[in-house]
Design a protein around this ligand. Structure first.
Ligand SMILES: Nc1ncnc2c1ncn2[C@@H]1O[C@H](COP(=O)(O)OP(=O)(O)OP(=O)(O)O)[C@@H](O)[C@H]1O
Ligand SMILES: [Mg+2]
Length: 457
């Protein structure tokens, strides 16, 4: 390490100049690899100014609006704590020697501090001081400051050396600022790009859902009209069959008649499902407890279809206001579908729960729901699952993948129509090979509705 510059005689001046050059060269090489502003300040204080033979060094950084300087790095007696500064000094720009240098953007050498009106005495006694600004164009970024216990310790040589160090430091600061700006711009671009992509995907999904909804709505209108007319015809057919029954005594003729009545009854059931799908069913909503209703359908399912159903009822489930028979029919349809796909020993899981729908909602539903309280019924099976292609069509009336005679393709159409007519919605999640979960959402009845809850499911 060279001797303090201020105490140097002419004899070893050349040696010092060589050492100084070597240190500055090293700084120029290392400068490229210094990654951030904080490392730069510490490097300059400890490995540049520190090695150049100055007794101490303090570097101050200016704030964004150039009104104050904060101590950010130090070397020598001013920095007894290694690479950390306890209670960093903050100096208003314009005050003291450092504040004046920042304000004037010009270096200063003070030969005798005790005679200088700007000197703010420090804990370390000092008699002379050198201070150079760090700046980019007209903007001051900070100052490099050094003090010495002797009077007149700093001259032209020290000023030249420190000004070079300050220029190199300022150039690197400008590069780091630019890198920071570029990285911010790049991050902004990445965020904007991902927002745009998400927006595109959302819009595409919305368009698909809208076109599906329109498609179903137009089929609904058609089938609603058809179902009404057909229902009237069925009423006439059934009525006439009843009349004929009263007149006939021949057993063969009565058997034919019974076949006719059965067919008419099946037709009537189909029509009911179609009316439900087109949301034109006559509903008689009443306050009911979906736990009790689900329990009843489960037991009926176990009895009639022999399946194993696991019921997970929520405690303190909110009551709902629904047409009981239609709700039972909807659960029944979901459960028969689940049984149809499940293997012999597979269980079917039924759950009920209270949910709060918010906007925007992360749940993908058949139709948008007003934010609020809903009761959700889930029917889950571990069966074949549904392919993505079929998922687009399962709610279409008469869509079925079941063999002729096993399914008509109206079950889910009815479920969807009933849920929507009751102010709710449907959602489905399915993974081929792993089963499916259907959820029905129904608006919770107003808070005082539970008082009129009946115990009968
Ligand atoms: N849980 C399920 N697992 C696998 N596929 C299902 C499930 N539920 C429905 N599907 C598919 O959706 C189609 C339509 O179901 P939907 O209940 O509307 O009609 P269906 O069961 O075929 O006939 P039905 O009118 O007798 O109910 C089914 O044929 C089947 O392909
Ligand atoms: Mg079905």
């Amino acid at each position: 390490m060279p001797e303090p510059v201020a105490n140097t005689s002419r004899a070893n001046f050349n040696d010092i100049e060589t050492t100084t050059l070597r240190i500055l060269n090293g700084f120029a090489i290392d400068l490229m690899a210094i990654p951030n502003v904080e490392d730069l300040f510490w490097y300059v204080a400890q490995k540049v100014v520190g090695k150049l033979g100055f007794v101490d060094c303090v570097i101050y950084q200016a704030n964004a609006d150039q009104t104050a300087l904060t101590q950010v790095a130090a070397w020598g007696e001013k920095n007894p704590f290694g690479r950390s500064i306890v209670n960093p000094l903050v100096i208003p720009v314009g005050q003291g020697i450092t504040g004046k240098v920042a304000q004037n953007q010009e270096p200063a050498i003070i030969d005798d501090l005790l005679r200088d009106q700007n000197y703010i005495p420090d804990t370390e006694p000092a008699r002379s001081e050198i201070c150079v600004p760090l700046k980019i164009g007209d903007r001051v970024l900070g100052v490099i400051d050094s003090e010495h216990p002797n009077i007149g310790a700093f001259g032209e040589a020290e000023l030249e050396t420190l000004t070079t160090v300050a220029a190199m430091t300022s150039a690197k600061l400008a590069l780091l600022e630019e890198a920071e700006r570029s990285s911010r711009r790049y991050n902004d671009l990445v965020v904007a790009h991902s927002e745009l992509s998400a927006e595109k995907v959302n819009r595409k999904e919305l368009e698909i859902r809208l076109s599906e909804a329109r498609h179903l709505e137009s089929i609904g209108r058609l089938s609603g009209q058809f179902a009404h007319d057909f229902n009237n015809l069925l009423t006439v057919i059934s009525g006439n069959l009843e009349l004929l029954e009263a007149e006939l005594s021949n057993s063969d003729a009565l058997a034919f008649l019974q076949d006719g009545k059965n067919a008419a009854a099946r037709g009537a059931k189909l029509i009911q499902d179609m009316l439900a799908f087109s949301q034109k069913a006559r509903l008689n909503p009443e306050v009911c407890d979906l736990n009790a209703l689900a329990e009843a359908v489960c037991r009926r399912n176990e009895r009639d279809l022999g399946s194993t159903v696991e019921l997970h009822p929520a405690t303190e489930l909110w009551p709902v206001c629904l047409d009981r028979a239609a709700a039972e029919n909807a659960f029944w349809n979901l459960m028969t579908n689940a049984c149809d796909t499940a293997s012999v020993n597979d269980r079917i899981f039924i759950s009920t729960e209270n949910v709060l729908i918010e906007r925007p909602s992360s749940i993908v539903l058949s139709n948008e729901l007003e934010p609020g309280r809903y009761v959700r019924v889930g029917v889950q099976d571990l069966g074949t699952g549904i392919s993505d292609k079929d998922l687009q069509r399962i709610f279409d009336p008469f869509f079925t993948t079941k063999p002729a005679g096993s399914g008509v393709g109206l079950g889910l159409s009815m479920v969807l129509g009933f849920a929507q007519q009751s102010g709710g919605a449907v959602s489905v999640k399915s993974c081929p090979g792993q089963g499916s979960t259907f959820h029905l959402y129904f608006p919770a009845a107003p808070a005082n509705a539970h008082t009129s809850l009946t115990n009968n499911p």
